[in-house]
Each structure stands twice: as C-alpha cells, then as structure tokens.
Ligand binder design. Structure first.
Ligand code: SF4
Length: 478
C-alpha cells in the first residue's frame, strides 16, 4: 500500500525473544508484514545477551535489509554467542522529518544498561519533556519524539525496566506503543490509553514475539496468544513473560483507535478479538442500510475498501465487481509525488475497466475522504470510463479533526469535511450522491466496548491533551 490515498499510517513494531533462533530474520519477516504501516525507513536491533547491534536505513524494508545484513546482525558477536532477541521498526514520520538520525530503533544509555526503542504513536508533550530532560543535562541526537521517550525511560527512577516504563507512563502524554530491547530482555508496552494495538504470540521453538498486528505474528510463524492490554508492560527474558499493569491504566481511560479498524491495519489482523475483514464487511453492510443507492453494481477503491464494498453489495443485493484495478508497483517510480498532477498520480495507481462500467450506475465504496484530492480524480476517471452515475459511499464518518496520536491526517484546514458541507464535498468530488457511515454504525461494526474507542478525528472528542495545532517538525532544529 504505497502512497496511500488515505491518512498516512504511523509505524509498525515487532519484538522477538527466542535465544538461539534466527531473530533478525524473524524481525525482517515481521516488518515486511507491517510495511503498510510505514514506508519511509526501517531498522532492526539485536542482542546476544551482552551487546546490542543495530542496522537502520531510509527506505522500504526490502531495500534496507539483505541477506548479508541479516547474517551480520545475527553473527555480530566475535565470541560466537547466538542472538537472543530482536526488535524491528518500520516508520512513517509523524514527528521529525525523514532523516537518518530520526530513523528507529533509537539508542539510549542508562545506569542499569543500554536500550534500543521502536515506537508507534506520537507524544503530544514531547517538546515539554525534551526541555525538561535537556535542563537536566541530557543531550539529544535527533528530532524525534521517540528519542524523548527512550531518554525519559533511560533516566527514570526505578530498579527495573518495568518500573522505569511505568514512570514514563506518568509523564508522557499521547500515543506510545513500543518495543524495547536491552542487553538481556525484550520489553513491550502500550500506553495507558492504548491508542495503538500490540499483539503477543508464541513461537514454535518456545520463544515469544510481539507485533503491532497479529498478521505479522502469523508471518513470523508465531501463534497469537493475546492482545497486550492498555497500560501493560511486558518484560520477556529467559525467565519467561512478566506482566506489569500501570496504575495510570483504567478501563474507563482505554481508547483504541477506531481508524485502525477502518483503514490502517491489515484485513487479516485480529485486534481486540475482531477480524478486521469482518469488521469492514459489517461497515459495508451498515453503509448500505444507511445510504442505499439505485445502482447496477458496486465497486471498491482498492485495496482497503474491498471488504466494505463486498458487504455493501451483499446487503444491497447488487453485484460486486472489480471496476478499478490497482497497480502493484506504483511505489517504485522515479517520478516524485510532488512532480505529478493529481490525475497522473491517480492514473499511475488505478486503471478502470470501461467494459464493466460503461452505461452503469455505479456505487463506489472507499474508506475515507481526507483532503478530497484523490476522490475527485477517481470519480472523473470512472466518468471517462463511461459510468452513467457515480454514488460515492464512505465506510467511516466525515473526518473533520486532525489526529495527534500518530496518524498523519494533515491539519484541520486541509480536511475537506472541516471546511465543506456534505453537499459541498459532493460537488467538489463530482459525485452524483455521497453518503458516509455514521459514527454509531462504525463503532457497532467494530464491536467490543464502543466506549473504549477513539474516534476523535470524526467527533473532535480527544481522549488526551492535544496541542492547539500539530507541528510535525516541531522538534526540528532544537
Ligand atoms: S484521532 Fe482518529 S486516527 Fe487518531 S487515534 Fe483517534 S481514531 Fe485513530
């Protein structure tokens, strides 16, 4: 999923503790399965029990690592000690620009050992924490909020890593699911609000794995055990898995990102007991009930909206067809996004099938409209392919508010639903009709505790303190 037409995903993390196993290779496979969560850079850190090693670069997972790099990471110890654990990270920059010092995992040294940390989310009080740590004489080497989190943990009071992480839970505000590697342990945690998911799995040889999504556990050959809870800190080492739940975590505070279910996570992942493919099918069914259309067929904007389009078609009693074919290779071009017209960008990504669309009244299902700059060209493309009517249906509510919790939605004034009425959006994208799924229907389709979901980008009710306006480069040049 390169050059997403929706909001940019945040990051993906994995962690493995499996002494003697090919941990860096497993981390690579896990990161590959999480490539959709960040395509700007990737990194893997490994420990052999006494020493940490790291390889990280800008680029896709497949271009950052090769066979030689993985072998070197595993065989870094001249004494020939086998690797014990690894963490991996794939990144899209939500705070800090896309430069090598900001690539994760990041390193920090403390009085109880060294650590590497990979983070999924966004600290909303990173500037404040950084100023406080700087006043204590702590130096920073990058502009990322992840380094703030790593140094906050490294310099926190406490005899154990779990105690230090818990201290960070009391200071940091925002979203921070992370995996952390020390010389002798893997630490994995979700912030007390639990914005971003994290799953725990068991490896066949007896080791443990954690990943942002269960689909990455599947790819690593691990069996899904359970979700890591909001505010839970897992310490995994040769003595097994120890769980600590922060006093900052309460069931009332928990707010898992509902947009993970709409778009961000893979359809083959299970989060909070719900297969995302099923959740999206159900969103489509409910969308058909809320916004029916007199139409001949239903198509999806691939790939993310396919399950919801199938659900819509099933509920409406209409045929589902693949009216738009998506190029698999659009990410690999020398023509930079800024150099392309919107029409060219859409043509490079999608190709319509006039044979299916000509003269037809078409329902087009998509997951979201953010700026509206992609939906309009898609509608025009379908008209040129001969569609007689185009009824756009969105399987999430209108996105009127920016996310400050690790998803790059852009600023409020860039969101088309923040500045246009429903009719204004319809006219701007050139559709015959337009309908969005209600928030209530989206939450019911997600299932589980509807009060334990964040839907701030739809309703503006933020579960945590947020800055007046997000500044992605807010820590640059400090
Ligand atoms: S604001 Fe939206 S994208 Fe951000 S965490 Fe909440 S639901 Fe997810």
């Amino acid at each position: 999923m390169y050059e997403s037409h929706g909001p940019r995903e945040e990051c993906g993390v994995v962690g493995i503790w499996a002494p003697g196993a090919a941990v860096s290779r497993m981390a690579y496979v896990g990161l590959h399965a999480l490539q959709h969560r960040g395509q700007e850079s990737a990194g893997i850190a490994v420990t052999d029990g006494s020493q940490l090693s790291l390889h990280k670069r800008l680029g896709l997972v497949s271009s950052v690592f090769d066979e030689e790099t993985l072998i070197r990471l595993e065989g870094h110890d001249e004494a020939g000690r086998p690797p014990m654990g690894a963490i991996g990270h794939t990144r899209y920059s939500t705070t800090g620009s896309n430069t090598l010092p900001n690539v994760q995992p990041v390193y920090a040294r403390s009085d109880i050992g060294e650590l590497m940390l990979g983070h999924n989310g966004n600290l909303t009080n990173a500037s404040w924490l950084r100023d406080e740590l700087t006043e204590q004489g702590i130096e920073f080497g990058s502009a990322s909020d992840t380094e703030v989190l790593a140094r906050l943990i490294a310099h926190a009071p406490g005899r154990t890593w779990a105690q230090r992480v818990d201290h960070a839970f009391h200071r940091a505000i925002g979203a921070f699911t992370f995996t952390m590697l020390t010389e002798t342990a893997l630490v994995a945690a979700r912030d007390p609000i639990g914005f971003r998911p994290l799953a725990l799995g068991r490896l066949p040889g007896g080791g443990w794995a954690v990943a942002s999504e269960s689909a990455a556990l599947d790819a690593m050959g691990a069996r899904f055990v359970r979700d890591v809870a909001a505010g839970e800190v897992l310490t995994i080492d040769d003595d097994g898995v120890r769980s600590h739940t922060s006093t900052r975590a309460t069931p009332e505070r928990e707010k898992l990102c509902s947009f993970e279910f709409v778009y961000l996570a893979r359809p083959d992942s299970v989060i909070d007991g719900r297969l995302l493919y099923e959740a999206r099918l159900e969103m489509g069914r409910r969308l058909a009930r809320e916004h029916p259309a007199d139409a001949d067929l239903v198509i999806a904007v691939p790939d993310s909206a396919i399950p919801a389009a199938i659900g819509y078609a099933e509920e409406a009693g209409l045929p589902y067809r693949e009216g738009l074919i998506k190029s698999r290779y659009v990410g690999r071009t020398f023509i930079q996004p800024a150099q392309r017209s919107r029409d060219e960008a859409v043509r490079m990504k999608f190709n319509p099938l006039p044979e299916l669309l000509s003269g037809k009244r078409v329902v087009v299902v998509d997951d979201s409209i953010v700026r509206g700059t992609t939906t309009g060209p898609i509608v025009q493309m379908l008209r040129r392919a001969g569609a007689a009517e185009i009824h756009v249906r969105i399987h999430s509510p209108q996105m009127r508010h920016p996310c400050y919790m690790g998803v790059d939605t852009g600023r409020r004034e860039e969101l088309i639903a923040a500045t246009h009425s429903l009719e204004g959006i319809r006219a701007a994208i050139g559709a015959d009709t337009l309908g969005y799924l209600s928030k209530e229907a989206m939450l019911e389709a997600i299932g589980g505790r509807t009060d334990a979901r964040c839907s701030a980008c739809f309703d503006g009710v933020y579960p945590t303190d947020v800055p007046l306006e997000l500044d992605k480069l807010g820590l640059e040049g400090r």
